[in-house]
Design a protein around this ligand. Structure first.
Ligand SMILES: Cc1cc2nc3c(=O)[nH]c(=O)nc-3n(C[C@H](O)[C@H](O)[C@H](O)COP(=O)(O)O)c2cc1C
Length: 363
């Protein structure tokens, strides 16, 4: 019996298998509004038989986006565009997830498709960025990164309310799983990591001070996100730079998140500073095993992500209780029917993996 193809129940949400699409920016939104691309991109993977389809990092405010092409969920027109996408995912038996996010000091960039560089200060497409301090992401680099404005406490509280507002909209849209993005150097992670946050107020200092922004945000979000649905947090569980967050730090943060009602931890890594590799850097393949340590130390379910491409590898991650879900990013771009590929490789009955319009003929 394949463990990868066993179901998972968290609260009232049932994942039909343990395979998920990792959140991936598509740079295809218009004023934060999803387009036909999102329906096809996300819908195709639901048709392909995964248990979870997670939408890309979706900004809680206009200036919480990374680029002008990024997704947003701060107003009703954005929610309205997401509603039919979620309905389609549900029609094909996938759990619908969305990652809400604030880009912090890494915002105001060109889309990755246009090089991803920070926009010049006088570029009308850009905006003033924010962070725990006024240090730029890469002050010494050849790429020009804007110095962010250090957030005041009242500005922190306003951004927390933006997360709450996005969570309420996501709830009304019908998402089953809400993920708060605290990884890859974006705002919440930039507060959590000692590589960036050297504030001397209550939102800086030791790990508990640096975690305060995240933990307060989660408390407020959990209060509006239904108990029956799933709340996830994506952490960069390792900063991959000396002096950065360790697995032990992340396990402690995970315990605090568990106390505040988080149901599952999505274990990514890196991205805080230029010396750390990014979300798809050369140490990505180290991440899946890290999910196992976080799972043991916190007692929370985990999602493993990073260079997972091989069905047996995915099966082993679940069978060894390293993770409860596996998330695939780039491999899902190569093969939207990866669940069928995995089922074949693992000798699982393939008849009901793909949507019946395909599965009836080729399952
Ligand atoms: C095009 C692209 C966009 C991404 N956008 C996001 C994102 O919106 N949020 C996020 O947490 N990670 C993002 N990531 C990272 C992926 O979710 C994933 O963690 C990473 O690609 C490693 O998994 P993989 O080796 O299976 O691709 C992105 C990765 C890619 C390739």
């Amino acid at each position: 019996m394949s463990k990868l193809f066993s179901s998972l129940k968290i609260n009232d949400t049932v994942f039909k298998n343990r395979i998920g699409v990792s959140p991936m920016c598509q740079y295809s939104s218009e004023d934060g509004v999803a387009t036909n691309w999102h329906l096809v991109h996300l819908g195709a993977r639901a048709v392909g038989g995964v248990g979870l389809v997670m939408a890309e990092c979706t900004a809680v405010s206009r200036h919480g986006r990374i680029s002008q092409g990024c997704a947003g969920l701060w107003e009703q027109k954005q929610a309205d565009a997401l509603t039919p996408i979620v309905a389609f995912l549900h029609q094909h038996g996938a759990v619908a997830g969305i990652q809400i996010s604030h880009s912090g000091r890494k915002g105001s960039a060109a889309t990755a498709l246009n090089g991803g560089n920070h926009l010049d200060a006088d570029d009308p497409a850009g905006w003033d960025t924010v962070g725990p301090t006024s240090e730029a992401f890469d002050p010494d680099g050849t790429r020009l990164w804007k110095a962010p404005l250090a957030l005041s406490v009242s500005e922190i509280n306003s951004i927390q309310e933006q997360f709450v507002h996005s969570a309420k909209l996501a709830c009304d849209v019908g998402y089953d799983l809400l993920e708060v993005h605290c990884a890859h150097g974006y705002l919440l992670h930039s507060f959590l990591t000692p590589l960036v946050n050297n504030r001397d107020d209550s939102y800086g200092g030791d790990l508990s001070g640096r975690a305060k922004f995240l933990l307060e945000t989660i408390e407020k979000v959990r209060a509006v996100w239904p108990e029956k649905r799933v709340l996830s947090v994506r952490l960069s569980v390792h900063d991959f730079v000396a002096g950065g967050l360790s697995l032990e730090d992340s396990a402690q943060v995970g315990l605090w998140l568990k106390d505040r009602g988080v149901d599952i931890l999505d274990c990514s890594g890196g991205g805080a500073v230029p010396a750390a590799r990014g979300a798809i850097g050369n140490r990505t393949a180290e991440q899946p095993d890290m999910a196992g340590k976080i799972r043991i130390d916190t007692g929370l379910p985990t999602m493993a992500v990073g260079a997972i491409t091989d069905p047996q590898q995915a099966e082993d991650l679940i069978a060894t209780s390293t993770a409860d879900m596996v998330l695939l990013g780039r491999e899902m771009m190569r093969d939207p029917h990866w669940a069928l590929t995995a089922a074949k490789a693992l000798n699982v009955d393939t008849r009901h993996i793909l949507a019946e319009q395909y599965g009836f003929f080729v399952g």
